[in-house]
Write a protein that binds this ligand. Structure first.
Ligand code: PAF
Length: 310
């Protein structure tokens, strides 16, 4: 099974490195040719939490069509780039290729389905915690579960991807209730990501402060109103307990949104808390804390994107 991983961020590099190490054919796609050159020359350096060794692995990095026809394209770009990269890939992808997203936020699967009409589009979630320390330098800060599906779309293919991921060391299962699972992940991202981005705290440290603990509970309380109204069946019964468990499991991780802020990049706030506010509006539900966190993160973004802060 041959994989093309799109996006050399923390998650893209993490999956690429482990898949390659377990003997899978994998290439990485990067739109930035300078960085692609750097990654081709230097490979990916992966440091695992609580392990001293750093492993370095070479992976072919392409800026366009790879030399082989991939069986699976794993989309790991930021949600705001999903449409643009999908349109590029669409020009050369064959109908046999499956497209799998493990991205954060709402709406990625819908975008992929609208672009790749004749391909198999699969959704997924992962709670692996990874921080990109520099181009191709990944710190694997916490292990988590990965779930992909729906199984019904192509039972055999999903089974094969699950087995390749497990062989690569990712604890992966298949499920049919992918929308429920994505909402389950959305609750986690909505509670953790903006609060880390605003405070600069690592995931685990959110539990050290009364204020961040209260705000996390408020975010979750608001999202649960939408979850109930939409009839979503979350994959856990205690959302607050679950989010706190993720904070602990990925305690030393810098969340993806804080990584974006530190690198002065556009964040995924519109696809996480911003998307929650929009869903709530359509249902006439009030989500003041999610709205406020969205506005705070946008103020931070605007500061560095327009360069008015420094
Ligand atoms: O976006 C992230 O950083 C991750 O989804 C998670 C699980 C919050 C861990 O940092």
């Amino acid at each position: 099974m041959r994989f093309l991983i799109v996006g050399p961020g923390a998650m893209g590099c993490l999956f690429a490195a482990h898949l390659k190490r377990s003997g899978t054919d994998v290439a990485l796609m990067d739109h930035n040719s300078e960085r692609a050159y750097f990654l081709n020359s230097n490979g990916i350096k992966l440091t695992e939490k609580d392990k001293d060794n750093v492993f370095n692995i070479k992976i072919p990095v392409v800026t366009g069509r790879p030399e082989f026809n991939p069986d699976v394209i794993l989309v790991c770009v930021k949600a705001n780039q999903t449409k643009a990269v999908s349109r590029t890939i669409k020009n050369w992808i064959t109908t046999d290729t499956a497209v799998l997203t493990l991205q954060n936020g709402l709406g990625n699967m819908e975008v992929l389905e609208s672009v790749f009409k004749t391909n198999i589009v699969l959704g997924g979630i992962t709670s692996e915690g990874a921080t990109l320390k520099g181009p191709g330098c990944v710190f694997h800060a916490g292990r988590g579960q990965t779930v992909i599906g729906p199984k019904v779309r192509n039972r055999l293919l999903v089974k094969d991807i699950v087995s390749v991921f497990n062989d690569a060391g990712f604890d992966t299962t298949a499920a049919d209730n992918i929308v429920d699972l994505m909402w389950g992940k959305l609750v986690v991202n909505a509670a953790i990501n903006p609060l880390t981005a605003i405070t600069g705290l690592k995931n685990g440290a959110l539990l050290d402060h009364e204020g961040t603990k209260i705000l996390m509970e408020r975010v979750i309380f608001e999202v649960m109103k939408i979850v109930t109204a939409k009839g979503i069946d979350l994959p856990y019964s205690d959302p607050v307990g679950h989010v706190q468990d993720v904070c602990r499991a990925t305690g030393s991780n810098i969340s993806s949104m804080l990584q974006d802020v530190l690198k002065r990049r556009l964040t995924e706030i519109d696809y996480i808390n911003g998307a929650i506010v929009k869903e709530a509006e359509a249902l006439d539900i009030d989500t003041p804390v999610n709205r406020a966190l969205t506005l705070f993160v946008k103020i931070i973004e605007k500061g560095y994107l327009k360069n008015d802060l420094s």
